[in-house]
Design a protein around this ligand. Structure first.
Ligand code: CA
Length: 233
């Protein structure tokens, strides 16, 4: 599954090179030339990952990373810092600020793609192609197939993404706002009750095989997928 990646880089040649490599690797990539326009892009759509240049005109990459880590909405978006600085102290400062990884310029596009894949696998497993399984329900992102035993299950695109997210983050409870950010990519124009509508459709599709009971409502908190039957509430 393609990840949406925001590149924050002020050097046009490097920005163009990264954009082209990410698109070739199947990702959806957008670019910003400074921290201020990056923030505007993030406000309208939350990316799966941010590639962030250290040295930017105006607000620096470090300051932007710090800002994103302090905001509830952007706290969990993985950040890979791009920088010409190879020195250990800068590396540590970058990681302390909340970056998930660090790539030193010049880097090869292949190395960058591999690092992105590793960070996504750690922080956003729903953005990778790995098949997932829970309680007899299997989902394969690369073929877009879901099955309960050997019976195929047909879902709409939003229910597919919702189920994929829940399955890759099983047992944890997610609020409606978190689900909107993670599954819809942007909560700005979508109402919270939209989540309930799609949860209802997802349960209806899973009903015939009895897997609807995997999707649990946690009163006052949100939803989770669990192979463990929920306690009586
Ligand atoms: Ca720069």
């Amino acid at each position: 599954m393609a990840a949406s990646i925001l590149i924050v880089e002020d050097e046009p040649a490097i920005q163009a090179l990264i954009l082209a490599s990410l698109k070739r690797a199947g990702h959806v990539a957008v670019a910003a030339g400074d921290a201020e326009s990056a923030l505007q892009q993030i406000n309208s759509a939350l990316p799966d990952l941010i590639l962030l240049d250290w040295m930017l005109p105006g607000m620096s990459g470090i300051e932007l990373a710090r800002l994103l880590r302090n905001e509830e909405r952007t706290r969990r978006v993985p950040i890979i810092m791009l920088t010409a600085k190879g020195d250990e102290r800068d590396k540590i400062l970058g990681l302390e600020t909340g970056a998930d990884d660090y790539v030193t310029k010049p880097f090869s596009p292949r190395e960058l793609i591999a690092r992105i894949k590793a960070v996504l696998r750690r922080g956003a497993p729903q953005a990778t192609e790995d098949p997932v399984q829970i309680g007899g329900l299997s989902l394969d992102p690369s073929t877009h197939r879901i099955s309960a035993g050997d019976r195929p299950i047909i879902l709409g695109p939003t229910e597919f993404r919702l189920l994929h997210f829940l399955m890759t983050h099983a047992e944890r409870v997610h609020s409606r706002t978190q689900l909107l950010d993670q599954v819809w990519g942007d909560h700005v124009f979508v109402e919270e009750r939209t989540v309930d509508v799609h949860i209802r459709r997802l349960r209806a599709a899973l009903e015939t095989s009895g897997h609807d009971s995997l999707i649990q409502t946690v009163r006052g908190s949100g939803y989770r997928i669990s192979a463990v039957p929920s306690a009586i509430v």
